[in-house]
Design a protein around this ligand. Structure first.
Ligand SMILES: [Zn+2]
Ligand SMILES: [Zn+2]
Length: 275
């Protein structure tokens, strides 16, 4: 058995030979590569992929891969006195970044919003043996690592840091809310649309590539989960929206409930008109 990284999406498979396909790419929420699959073994990834990081405030590290792999998700590491939390994962953690994480105290909890950001979760499990937390409806996607803490609607990792099941984009899609930072780690619940380096629009989707919208019940569930949260900052699976707040997010979700299903971005500046 070896591990194989799909360069089209960043998903790892644990398999006896080079896989013929990738379940994430062939799922309706993604697209297979037009010119055929290419997989990296861990040895190839170690040679070809670097992991870079930046600090966002005192207690948060944001990781990315260079060159970008697949859909190029971020990974986050929340530093906490009761144990660090890795939320979302880059497809590859190189040796330098693993040493950096070790120096910062390792990882006590690992979780991700959904399978598009499982990335190199198995590497963190091998290195740090954290609790691996996955919402029960997404268990079938976790064959590259071993889940140790399946959860239902909500799981508090450390005081003030909670995983909340939202469903929608994936059946088990979950967000992480950090009460002290008033930060929502929104996964793929939100897509941020940038112009000149600023967030100018917001959208939500079941499948981004094929522009598949969510149903009203799915959007209503997003609203129910997010409404009680004081949100002043958003980190999605891909981007940071430092100024986004709960009103921005609820405005977009409310408009989506009163119009035909759509994945089109809603301009943020329209918010003041709608309030
Ligand atoms: Zn793939
Ligand atoms: Zn996704």
């Amino acid at each position: 058995m070896n591990r194989y990284l799909c360069t089209n999406c960043g998903f790892w498979q644990h398999y006896f030979t080079t896989p013929r396909g990738c379940p994430v790419c062939e799922d309706v929420r993604h697209s297979p590569p037009e010119t055929g699959y290419h997989f990296l073994t861990p040895e190839q990834a170690q040679r070809e992929v670097r992991t870079v990081w930046q600090q966002v405030g005192l207690d948060l590290l944001l990781f990315r891969n260079e060159p970008a792999i697949g859909i190029n998700p971020c990974g986050y590491l929340l530093l906490h006195p009761e144990g660090n939390i890795a939320f979302e994962s880059v497809p590859w953690y190189d040796e330098l970044v693993l040493a950096q994480i070790t120096a910062l105290g390792g990882v006590r909890w690992w979780a991700a919003s959904h399978p598009h950001t499982y990335g190199g979760a198995w590497q963190l499990q091998q290195q740090f043996n954290p609790e691996m937390c996955v919402q029960r409806d997404d268990l079938s996607w976790t064959s590259s690592f071993s889940v140790t803490w399946p959860f239902d609607d909500e799981l508090e990792l450390v005081p003030g840091v909670r995983l909340l099941h939202t469903g929608g984009h994936f059946a088990g899609h979950s967000v992480l809310y950090h009460e002290e930072r008033r930060a929502l780690f929104a996964g793929d619940l939100l897509k941020l649309h940038f112009q000149d380096g600023e967030v100018r629009g917001l959208s939500c989707h079941k499948g981004f590539n094929r522009r598949i919208p969510l149903t009203p019940a799915e959007i209503n569930r997003y609203r129910r989960v997010l409404t009680p949260l004081d949100i002043r900052e958003v980190f999605t699976s891909f981007d940071h929206g430092p100024q986004l707040d709960r009103a921005d997010v609820l405005y977009m979700l409310n408009i989506r409930l009163t119009s035909r299903p759509s994945t089109e971005p809603l301009p943020l500046r329209a918010r003041s008109v709608g309030r």
